[in-house]
Write a protein that binds this ligand. Structure first.
Ligand SMILES: [Fe+2]
Ligand SMILES: [Fe+2]
Length: 150
């Protein structure tokens, strides 16, 4: 019998994390950011199609690079807007970078199904939640004009 997949320790820290697909409710109204967020979900979803190992590894690396760029750009925007909760937000990003790095370092020893499961946890679970809470919290600071009109 195959050894059962054991999720990494950090995954068990979020036992009740909801898993969801991309939807309009994730849109902050900041086009650049919304496009980047949506692309993560598209890339994550593409991992569920087919079983080509090389393609999965390539997608995983693309996803990881893309996310790292996004986190960096988001942090730069928050700095420029003097967002008061920058430290807390950046801390969550650091946590996410660590989880991603952890997955990448183990991916070659994992089955494609395990990789897809973990990406689902990271993107459709953790990241989904992060957008709804942390990203939505900074949005008004990046859109002072929109805010003033409200
Ligand atoms: Fe963020
Ligand atoms: Fe974000």
């Amino acid at each position: 019998m195959d050894k059962l997949y054991e999720p990494p320790a950090w995954a068990t820290a979020y036992p009740d994390l909801p898993i969801a697909e991309w939807s309009d409710r994730l849109e902050l109204g900041i086009a650049l950011i919304d496009e980047q967020h949506k692309r993560f979900f598209d890339l994550a979803a593409s991992l569920n199609v087919g079983t080509d190992e090389i393609r999965v590894m390539k997608t995983l690396v693309t996803l990881s690079d893309y996310i790292r760029t996004h986190l960096r750009e988001e942090e730069a925007l928050m700095v420029a807007a003097s967002y008061p909760r920058l430290a807390e937000h950046s801390h969550q990003h650091a946590q996410f970078r660590q989880m991603l790095g952890n997955l990448l370092s183990r991916a070659r020893t994992m089955s494609l199904g395990e990789i897809a499961d973990e990406v689902r946890f990271l993107i459709n679970g953790w990241f989904y939640q992060h957008i709804l809470t942390e990203d939505f919290a900074y949005a008004p600071y990046l859109m002072p004009d929109v805010n003033r009109r409200g």
